[in-house]
Design a protein around this ligand. Sequence first.
Ligand code: ADP
Length: 385
Amino acid sequence: MNLLKKRIGVLGGGQLGRMLIEESTRLNLHFNILEADANCPCAALANNFILGSLMNEEKIRELAAISDVLTYEIEHVNTIALLKLEAEGKTIIPSPKILQMIQDKGLQKEFYAKYEIPSGKFYLVNNKEEWHRLIPLLGSEKIVAKTRTGGYDGKGVAILNAQEMIDFPERIPFDGPCVLEEFIECEKELAVIVARDTLGNIISYPSIEMEFDPTANLVTMLISPARVGSIIEEKAEEIARKVIHHLNGPGLFAVELFMDKAGNIFVNEVAPRPHNSGHHTIEACYTSQYEQLARILLGLPLGSTEMVQAAGMVNLLGAKNFSGEYRLENLDAISKLPGVFVHLYAKAESKPMRKMGHVSILAKSVEEVIEKANYVLKHLKFVQD
Ligand code: ADP
């Protein structure tokens, strides 16, 4: 295989695409990026940059024409255009058929039910009128409503009181097609990243645990391996691999899971791309999630997912109180810490809560990882320049 000539076309020019480029340029790959924002994180690194919307079929065809294989780093793309291209013989990984199912949270839940993959109870509704009949059947005090399409990062998701929605239907937040889910009393939220090559081999990464701030209910850091013990670890990875087995096509996927107090595991959703929860794999694993995707795109064997050390990750978010040009405070002090890796995404402007970068942390023990992560969280801040 002539690796020197392989041209990868990526829909989306965000930080996930940037890290895909960073992690696989040493394989001499050529990256073509399609993105609507000329100042995006991939702009300076792409070999070829096409400025255009990820919904624009013409632009997607322009990207396809100069690429040997296509992938995407975001789900909100023109799937119909990709399906047509695939039917015409273009290699797209993961297949847009998988993407189409994942884009619809209703179809996703039906998929889990069909293959007996544990995921909470659910009902599909088409409009507000159907809610009151189905809510009691979920049997939980709280319910979770999700718009079937178009949601991301918690938008289009509402945690609601079941009785209140029956008594006061005017408070129902979404009209139109939704999934109503039983609320799972979650002890931990986990993620397992799974890779599947073009031959059907499947490998999983050690699980990742989201650490929440109990007061703000925000994810503060990610820790891997998750502190769940070997039985649950095995169960989580097995369930995640089962999801990818039934998806039936190559790609790199992140499976988001809930663990309840009794240690039961439920699938929440799957992302068909590198994931925020897998940033630490760059330093912490023999093969990062990004290199793994590159290997899959190239038809190379999967790389080892073994961890070098325990790891953590904190997101660097834009400060709540300003938008504009920024600088990073206390970078000097952070840079002196061993096993601490700062990643910046080259975003032109900081905006409140915008993902501006992340820090990966490696240490001999999870306890030490958490200690260093807390230090980073306390000191490293984006401030107005
Ligand atoms: P998005 O795709 O926008 O990230 P998710 O489906 O992941 O939305 O839901 C966002 C968050 O809502 C989850 O991370 C979890 O904390 C909570 N959540 C979602 N579904 C449930 C559920 N069935 N039970 C309990 N919490 C849930």
